[in-house]
Design a protein around this ligand. Structure first.
Ligand code: MLT
Length: 200
């Protein structure tokens, strides 16, 4: 997968798996990753699906309606890519924290819904429940931060509260943070994510 890898200055720090929103690319969220922890390594990936030229991480049938077969295949592909990148770039595969926005947060959430060991943690900005038909793996010990907007037209409130509940029921520790904005990624929620990360 097309990606950027930035070696961190402190090898005990996690590697951030950075995942953009629809129409974005691997450059978009680099400033957020370095704001959260300037010493961490960064693996920022471009989605392999193109929707009328807009990169995404999996296909959708319409707004908010996912192509579940493609989501499954792309989630496997991304998980495999993280393992390959860990070997190539020499980072610790067991210490990866995702930072995703929108479509990128959705595939990060689906990594959590699919594997108990894909991620050590995740910062999910405006995610949805990626799959309502699946049994989640044991997510004990996994830390998740969800940032949601009370006026987000793409993610109604129950997407966030249901996601929180599903992850918690699988054993993850989840912090759900609200801002009174829409679907956009805002500075206050990035600051809240940083405060959450700093106390891990
Ligand atoms: C998705 O398709 O993942 C969600 O609708 C968010 C988006 O990318 O607009």
């Amino acid at each position: 997968m097309k990606h950027i890898f930035q070696q961190g200055s402190n090898p005990s720090k996690p590697t951030f798996l950075v995942l953009h929103g629809t129409g974005g690319n691997e450059h978009d969220l680099l400033p957020i990753a370095s704001h959260i922890d300037p010493e961490a390594s960064v693996l920022s990936v471009r989605g392999n699906v193109s929707e009328n030229g807009m990169p995404r991480f999996f296909k959708r049938l319409s707004e908010g309606v996912f192509d579940m077969e493609d989501l499954k295949a792309r989630t496997e592909e991304l998980n495999q890519f993280i393992a390959t990148a860990a070997e190539e770039h020499g980072f610790d595969r067991s210490n990866v924290i995702a930072i995703g926005y929108s479509n990128g947060a959705n595939i990060a959430a689906n990594l959590l819904f699919t594997y108990s060991d894909a991620l050590k943690g995740a910062i999910l900005h405006h995610p949805m429940v990626p799959n309502r038909e699946t049994q989640l793996p044991d997510l004990s010990g996994i830390q998740v931060f969800i940032a949601a907007g009370t006026n987000d037209p793409i993610c109604p409130a129950e997407e966030s509260t249901d996601l929180e509940e599903l992850l918690q029921n699988a054993g993850a520790t989840v912090k759900l943070h609200w801002e009174n904005y829409g679907h956009q990624l805002t500075m206050p929620e990035v600051e809240a994510a940083k405060a959450w990360y700093d106390q891990l």
